[in-house]
Structure formats: structure tokens, C-alpha cells
Design a protein. Structure first.
Length: 444
């Protein structure tokens, strides 16, 4: 048991016991002040008066008057007095109740009276059973009632305190497991029957654990993929160096070219990884500024189209009216550059890539769409392509020099602007990349 359990238990229990004791003592004191005599004596005298009225009714009027007199008596008091005629029948047909009292040998007084016609009736007055000590008035009865209430309240307080601290204990144990590296730990199932703040806390805990597990898996995959990407060019470098050693100085030009190519690939990979780490780091602040997205995209299209082979359409772009936005120009530039270059690598070279910029006033967002005419992406993998080092086709990206990091950098940069990036297969073939950025608030 934790200290919180005992604090809750004692607080609730002592509060209930203290309140019950105060009420019990107060009631006992007030009752004693108003009692002129003992309740048992008062009850006996009242029962005697009822018997006297019955005698008078029988003697002066008859059985009908006695029956009405009994019916006028409160039900509780009526059960202590019975009138039996000469035929041994109780005048209110309570023969069974009277028989039970006789079988239990209850003390009772019997008196025979006669009515005006001389018919005999027997009046039975049952002695009142004194209440048990716990129900009796007085200090002893009050003390016993308080003790009984303390026991009951202790049980209630125990289970209530337990129900409040048990989920916290489960969360504490689960937190220790998480800290020890067991990221499969979940607590939502244990509190599934509850519908209170504890169940909400457990649900939030499970979401946190799931995100930590996802991040751990992503980090492991990142390390695995980086090591794999580095191993291939390093292996080729080693082979090229070994071949160069075996050849003469005048015959190693091809090996030197190979070494230079692999070195460039290594440098590109390292730059991509560093870029991904930089974009995903929350410690790297955005350099927001007022800019025109239409102008930015126009400049970017000119730069990228400059590298497109002559005679090919490259990127088709019609600049709209100025589109003002506040964000990090460098991040947005690299985002759209990654998307455009990725689209150019995979599109049909004779059809090129289409870039568009528009406003969605209803959704209050700016949309930039990059559409290529390549082979598209299988539907189950549309969300996976934004993960670092993920490739839809291993051979395709390797042949084009991609490392599977560009889309991850783009998704991270868009997320830092509060936007979303989504991939979908376009009608007629090809892939459509949609970047949605929240529209800036209009000045009041």
C-alpha cells in the first residue's frame, strides 16, 4: 500500500466516523432533553389506554365499535393488541399473527370482557420487546452504533481508496517498465471498464507509449538503413583501391573515377542524413519571414528546369497572382525542390511534371500540388514513402541516386509549418503530391 492509499483511507474514514459520532451524540442529547420518561413506560401507558377504550366500546356499543376503535390505532401499536370473540376468532381476522406470537411464547396479558349483550371477548395485550443494546437509547447504545458505523465506513473507505489508488499503482509499474525499455507496456486494457479521468489518463499513457515505440523503431530502422547505405559505397571504394594497387600508375584512371564517384555519393548521403536530422530537430528554430510563394516557386522552377535535357518539357508551371505567406523560405525551398526533383526522376520524360499553386478558402489553406506521370505508388505504401530510407522499388531509386530521405525531409519541414503533405495516385497514372499550408490570419 502506498502512502496515498493510507492518506485517502484515513481521511475518508475519520471524516465519516467523526460526522457519525457528532450526529449520534447530538441526537441522544436532544432526545433525552425531550423525554419525560422512558420510552418503554410511555409505550405501555399508551397501550393501556387503548385497552381501556376497547373495554368501553365493547361494553357500551358492541363488536363493531371495538373493530373501529382498533382500526383507528396506528398499525405499529395495533400489532400489540388483539380482541378474540367467543368463537376464538380475532375480530380483525388476525388469528394467524396472534397464533405466531403464542407459539413464540411472547409475554402477553389476557382480560375477558363482556359486551352489552353479555357476549364475552378476550383482549390480549402483548408486552413490548425491549430494543437490542445497539438500538437502545442512551450512551451505551450510541457508542455501539458509532462503533458499528466505524466498521462499515472503514470497509467503504478501504474499497473506495483502493479503487482510486489501484490505477495509479498500475501506471507507476507501467512507467517503470517503460523506463526499463519495455515499450510494449499498455495500461488501457486494465482500466477499460472505468469511464473517468483514470481511464483517460491510461489512454493518454498508451498513446505516449505507442509513440515512443514508433520513434524507437524509426531510430533503429534509421541506423540500420544508414549503415546499409554507407556499407555499399565503402565496399566499392575498397574494391576500387585494391584494383588500383594492382595496376600501374598509368592504368588507374577508371578506378580513380570510381573512387571519386563513390566519395560523392557518400558525401551526398551524409548531407541528406544531416539535413533530415536538422529538419526534425525541435531545437533548430525556423527563420520565418514574409514571402511570396508564387515568386519562390517561379525561381525554383527556373533552377530545376535548367537541368532538364533540351527538348523535354520538364516542369510545367503557370505563376498565379502573388500568394503572401509567412514561413521559413529555406525550408519551403528545400521541400518543394525535393518534391520536384523526385517527380522528375520518376515521371515520363516526354510528359514532364505539372506544378500548381491555389487557395482553398473553405479550408483556409494554401495548396501546392506536384503531379508526375510515372508509374505511381502502390496504395498500401502511399503513407510509407515519407519514412526515412523507404523505397518503393530498391533498384529504381538506386539507379537514380536517391537515398529515400528527400520525402522525409519534405514531410518534416511541412509539419513544422503546421501543414500536411499527402501522396495519392493521380487519375490516368502518376503520383500527385499535395502540400497544404495553413492560410495566414487576415489582419483585423
Amino acid at each position: 500500500m502506498t502512502s496515498l492509499f493510507w492518506k485517502l483511507f484515513l481521511t475518508m474514514w475519520l471524516s465519516i466516523v467523526g460526522f457519525s459520532a457528532a450526529i449520534g451524540v447530538l441526537n441522544d442529547k436532544l432526545a433525552r432533553e425531550q423525554w419525560a420518561e422512558e420510552p418503554a413506560n410511555t409505550f405501555s401507558r399508551g397501550l393501556y389506554r387503548i385497552g381501556q377504550r376497547l373495554r368501553v366500546s365493547l361494553a357500551e356499543v358492541g363488536i363493531d365499535a371495538a373493530r373501529e376503535e382498533l382500526l383507528a390505532v396506528p398499525r405499529y401499536s395495533r400489532s400489540y393488541i388483539y380482541v378474540v370473540d367467543a368463537g376464538a376468532r380475532e375480530i380483525l381476522q388476525r388469528d394467524e399473527e396472534l397464533g405466531v406470537l403464542k407459539d413464540r411464547h411472547r409475554r402477553m396479558e389476557a382480560e375477558v370482557v363482556s359486551d352489552a349483550a353479555g357476549q364475552e371477548f378476550t383482549i390480549y395485550m402483548v408486552d413490548r420487546i425491549p430494543p437490542s443494546t445497539i438500538l437502545a437509547p442512551g450512551a451505551e447504545g450510541t457508542a455501539l452504533r458509532i462503533l458499528f458505523g466505524a466498521i462499515i465506513s472503514a470497509m467503504v473507505s478501504f474499497f473506495l481508496a483502493r479503487s482510486l489508488t489501484a490505477p495509479l499503482e498500475g501506471l507507476r509499474l507501467a512507467t517503470r517498465k517503460i523506463a526499463a525499455g519495455d515499450l510494449n507496456t499498455r495500461v488501457g486494457q486494465a482500466t477499460g471498464r472505468r469511464h473517468d479521468e483514470f481511464s483517460q489518463l491510461a489512454a493518454d499513457f498508451d498513446v505516449m507509449a505507442e509513440r515512443l515505440q514508433t520513434m524507437q523503431q524509426a531510430n533503429r530502422r534509421l541506423l540500420r538503413d544508414v549503415s546499409h547505405e554507407l556499407r555499399s559505397p565503402l565496399a566499392r571504394l575498397s574494391v576500387a583501391v585494391e584494383i588500383a594497387r594492382k595496376k600501374g600508375a598509368e592504368n588507374i584512371r577508371s578506378e580513380l573515377d570510381r573512387i571519386e564517384l563513390e566519395g560523392q555519393r557518400l558525401e551526398s548521403l551524409v548531407n541528406d542524413v544531416l539535413g533530415l536530422l536538422r529538419e526534425s530537430s525541435e531545437h533548430s528554430p525556423k527563420q520565418d519571414e514574409d514571402l511570396d510563394l508564387a515568386e519562390l516557386l517561379t525561381e525554383l522552377v527556373e533552377v530545376v528546369n535548367y537541368e532538364v535535357p533540351e527538348g523535354k518539357p520538364g516542369i510545367t508551371w503557370q505563376a498565379p497572382a502573388p500568394t503572401l505567406y509567412r514561413g521559413d523560405r529555406e525550408l519551403l525551398w528545400r521541400t518543394m525542390e525535393n518534391l520536384l526533383r523526385n517527380a522528375l526522376r520518376h515521371t515520363d520524360a516526354d510528359r514532364g511534371v505539372v506544378l500548381s499553386l491555389s487557395h482553398d478558402e473553405q479550408q483556409r489553406q494554401i495548396e501546392m500540388i506536384v503531379r508526375d506521370y510515372g508509374g505511381g505508388v502502390p496504395e498500401p505504401e502511399l503513407d510509407l514513402i515519407f519514412q526515412p530510407f523507404y523505397r518503393v522499388q530498391e533498384s529504381r531509386d538506386r539507379s537514380t541516386g536517391g537515398h529515400g530521405i528527400g520525402l522525409a525531409i519534405a514531410a518534416t519541414a511541412v509539419g513544422r509549418h503546421g501543414g500536411k503533405i499527402k501522396a495519392s495516385n493521380a487519375p490516368g497514372g502518376g503520383l500527385s503530391m499535395r502540400v497544404a499550408l495553413p492560410m495566414p490570419n487576415r489582419p483585423a
